[in-house]
Ligand binder design. Structure first.
Ligand code: FMN
Length: 391
């Protein structure tokens, strides 16, 4: 599978085209919209989220709620376009009120992107580097997720840190806490921590500052054998980590015990293989986070990602005005104070995409029943091999 997306933060819409989906997969636009709404949710988001009400339109590749095998085109309109039509017009003369953005925000793509594409107006960078682009990643990832959910995969995420405040909830507990997480303004099931996180965000807002944090993902029902040890670019843990790192603002990714494993002994880190008459062959623990040798091993997948504080500051850091080459404060745009809960939802989507891609590499077919037959055959073979003692 592959996809391309396009669209600018204040342009008319975001578009995504997915190619390679099997035919006959049942899809409902409401399922995509549900995840788009989850992405918009979260305490600390800026005024833009009050304007937008993201909903997908499916423009090709779906007939009566079944994929056809043709490219699937998704579109999400930007409601804010009404306010930007003149300032962002693709044709005609630049109006005098379309002032160029010339003071790069430290921590954003403005300066590096402006140098790379030789833009005098850094808005051209901002418009695509903005995390508004993740609307389409969530829409596309939701389609991938629907494919995987048919085969029993389930996706969970929660926020474990906002600034200095930590949640006491463990990643292995979150599958049983979905109601608490989905109704929390911060995707945090630890109420005490949540209250302290809300206070931190209010405090940062008052001071014209921003916050980052950490979220975790837990994915169950993933069959063993996705990805491969045989070549570096087929190692699925690397592909997923790359996808997570590609989310705006993500600066660290761990799987399983992650960085903590570096200070422990092998006997404290690796997961013993167990065998019993009732359970067959299994694992005593899951510190590997569901990957060994870049291949899924049948255990739940565990990822953790760190997001830096939002770069646009109401109380801006020193920068320069590129027009005059004189010192100036970084530009101030309407902005989020903290977007860690939304980033967790985006992360679910990008992981779903990578897993679905690896899933179709292993079980691929042009229509769903072909995929189902390959999956069934393989899972029966795995189940025979994992029986103990062998029959
Ligand atoms: C869901 C989400 C929302 C974001 N909202 C903002 C925002 O309102 N203002 C901002 O300056 N950065 C925001 N960011 C982060 C920037 O897009 C990001 O820091 C910037 O593109 C530079 O990329 P980098 O941090 O990966 O280097 C957001 C990121 C995500 C994932």
């Amino acid at each position: 599978m592959r996809y391309l997306s396009s669209g600018e933060s204040h342009g008319p819409c975001l578009t995504g085209i997915i190619e390679g989906l099997p035919a006959n997969l049942e899809l409902h636009k409401t399922d995509i919209d549900r995840h788009l709404a989850r992405r918009q949710h979260g305490y600390g988001r800026g005024a833009r989220m009050a304007i937008e009400h993201d909903r997908v339109d499916i423009l090709s590749g779906l007939l009566f709620n079944r994929t056809t095998g043709n490219p699937l085109t998704l579109q999400v309109k930007n409601r804010d376009w009404d306010n930007w039509q003149k300032l962002m017009a693709p044709e005609g003369e630049r109006p005098p009120e379309a002032l160029p953005l010339t003071r790069p925000r430290p921590g954003h793509a403005d300066l590096a992107g402006g140098l790379k594409y030789n833009h005098d107006d850094l808005r051209m960078v901002l418009e695509r580097s903005s995390a508004r682009e993740t609307v389409m990643r969530v829409a596309v990832g939701s389609v991938a997720r629907m494919l995987l959910e048919r085969f029993g995969c389930k996706f969970y995420s929660h926020v474990v840190r906002i600034g200095p405040v930590l949640s006491a909830v463990k990643v292995t507990e979150i599958a049983g806490l979905t109601r608490e997480i989905e109704t929390s303004p911060l995707r945090c099931a630890d109420l005490k921590a949540e209250a302290a996180m809300l206070k931190e965000i209010d405090q940062a807002r008052r001071e014209g500052d921003t916050l980052g944090g950490v979220f975790e993902l837990y994915i169950t029902g993933v069959p063993p054998g996705l990805g491969s040890h045989v070549h570096w670019d087929r190692r699925l843990d690397g592909r997923v980590a790359g996808a997570l790192m590609s989310i705006q603002g993500i600066k660290g990714v761990e799987t399983g015990a992650g960085f903590a494993a570096a200070s422990l002994r092998g006997s404290e880190v690796h997961d013993p293989v167990t065998c019993s008459l009732s359970e067959g062959i299994g694992r005593a623990s899951n510190r590997a986070g569901g990957f060994e040798g870049g291949i899924t091993n049948g255990q739940p997948l565990i990822f953790r990602a760190a997001m830096k504080p939002i770069p646009t500051l109401l109380n801006p850091l020193p920068s320069v005005d590129l027009k005059t080459a004189t010192p100036a404060a970084g530009a101030v745009e309407r902005s989020d104070i903290c977007a860690v809960p939304s980033a967790a939802v985006v992360a679910e989507a990008v992981i779903a995409w990578e897993l679905a891609d690896a899933f179709l590499e292993k079980f691929g077919g042009d229509y769903l029943e072909e995929v189902e037959a390959a999956y069934k055959f393989y899972m029966e073979t795995v189940s025979k091999r994992m029986r103990w003692p062998a029959p």
